[in-house]
Design a protein around this ligand. Structure first.
Ligand code: PLP
Length: 428
């Protein structure tokens, strides 16, 4: 298949994320990827600024990841998880329990972030059911949040900006509190938390859990908010007898400068979802972790089992990728790397602050955001990034970077310089 055939067949038959079929927007065929570089089929090389949507934290084609997967493949690619178990799953679960806050002791594996959210929501409902409070089946969440594309996950995305407004009649009705206005590194006033508190006060009898993205509201706007907000949310959940679900799917595994974003606030949720960078971007895998209080209550209540079990649960290859990725992460100076990237992003993106059409430039850990006044024209901006030799995929009014942790200072400078130049060229 040559490049032209591939492009034609792709346009004719293949649906890409959030896209139209037969769209005029270009998609770029990738032949291979190595380190922080995507190698296009036409020979061009792009410096990766996206980590393939938060995932590829060690870069691409990592020799140790590859070796571990080949070894696992020669043992088995997959076996069902009902009634069977295996070392990769058990070792990965044990490692996740070690690395996450102490109270989280039980791990449920699933195939994607969205499904791990569905699982978390089902856990919360089953927990209250087991405790004789079967009317607690709704959820309270934050505006400008994003938790995935499946139905229960969609129901707790921002109802307007969350890309799912057209499904509103088909979705479970949930409760929404205002998006936190208190920014990261600032305190959180009574007023800042009032909306969440009010909803809990009025609705707690029907609410199973509060679900939120700790510290970073990612896809819903890339906002970084106060750690104190998280602490106060934890206190309110306890006060009103509501579980707390943290969605660490984007923030987990070091991206914000702490291994998990909840550590900025030293808060432990009752349920935590991880995904994305869990396998270092190799295979699809997510996990929902919970406390013994939740897992034992569910197991001792009616019907005595947790009602979920995906076909590909705890796929051995994916678990091996997870285990190896966690080893690479924890054995690497990742904190130093994330800090170095944070400094590089701050310095490199700073010139954007003065460009017309830019409202805000913000950086937290290895996340850099340039917020514009108007949504970007993807038809115009995407080819310019590719011409500049970088892979940056803006979203709405946001041009953002979250490079692999292994990126060199030189590549990081090229990446930020390209953002400055391209934003300047489209806004002026
Ligand atoms: C990406 C994401 C999800 C959904 O994960 P998928 O693997 O795409 O299903 C959920 N929550 C957050 C915070 C995410 O960033």
């Amino acid at each position: 298949m040559d490049l032209q055939q591939l492009t034609q067949l792709d346009q004719a038959h293949v649906w890409h994320p959030y896209s139209a079929i037969d769209s005029s927007l270009p998609v770029y065929p990738v032949a291979s990827a190595e380190g922080v570089r995507l190698k296009l089929l036409d020979g061009r090389e792009l410096i990766d600024g996206m980590s393939s949507w938060w995932c590829a934290i060690h870069g691409y084609n990592h020799p140790e990841m590859n070796r571990a997967l080949i070894t696992q493949l020669s043992d088995m690619a997959h076996v069902m998880f009902g009634g069977l178990t295996h070392r990769p799953a058990v070792a990965l679960a044990a490692r996740l329990v070690e690395l996450t806050p102490d109270a989280l002791q039980t791990v449920f594996f699933s195939d994607s972030g969205s499904v791990s959210i569905e699982v978390a929501m089902k856990m919360a409902i089953q927990y209250w059911h087991a405790k004789g409070k079967a009317n607690k089946q709704q959820f309270l969440t934050l505006r400008q949040g994003y938790h995935g594309d499946t139905f229960a996950a969609m129901s707790v995305c921002d109802p307007i900006t969350g890309m799912h407004a057209l499904f509103s009649q088909a979705l479970a009705q949930q409760f929404f509190a205002d998006s936190p206005r208190c920014r990261f590194a600032n305190s959180c006033s009574d007023e800042d938390i009032a909306s969440l508190e009010q909803q809990l006060m009025i609705q707690h009898n029907t609410i199973a859990a509060v679900i939120l993205e700790p510290i970073v509201q990612a896809t819903g706007g890339m906002h970084f908010y106060s750690a104190e907000y998280l602490q106060r949310a934890r206190v309110l959940c306890d006060q009103y007898e509501v579980l707390l679900i943290h969605d660490e799917i984007a923030t987990g595994f070091g991206r914000t400068g702490e291994l998990f974003a909840c550590e900025h606030a030293r808060v432990t949720p009752d349920i935590m979802c991880v995904g994305k960078a869990l396998t270092g971007g190799y295979l699809t895998l997510a996990a929902t972790l919970t406390t013994l209080t939740v897992s034992e209550t569910i197991s001792q209540g009616e019907p005595g089992i947790f009602m979920h079990g995906p076909t590909f649960m705890a796929n051995p290859l994916a678990c091996t990728a997870g285990l190896t990725s966690l080893r690479l992460l924890t054995e690497s100076p990742w904190q130093k790397n994330v800090l170095r990237i944070e400094q590089g992003l701050k310095k490199g993106l700073q010139p954007c602050q003065h460009l017309t059409g830019v409202i805000d430039v913000r950086v937290l850990g290895a996340i850099g955001v340039v917020e514009l006044t108007t949504p970007v024209d993807m038809n115009k901006i995407q080819p310019r990034f590719v011409e500049a030799g970088v892979w940056v995929r803006p979203f709405g009014r946001l041009v953002y970077l979250m490079p692999p942790y292994i990126i060199s200072d030189t590549d990081l400078q090229s990446l930020t310089a390209a953002v400055v130049a391209v934003v300047d060229s489209i806004c002026s």
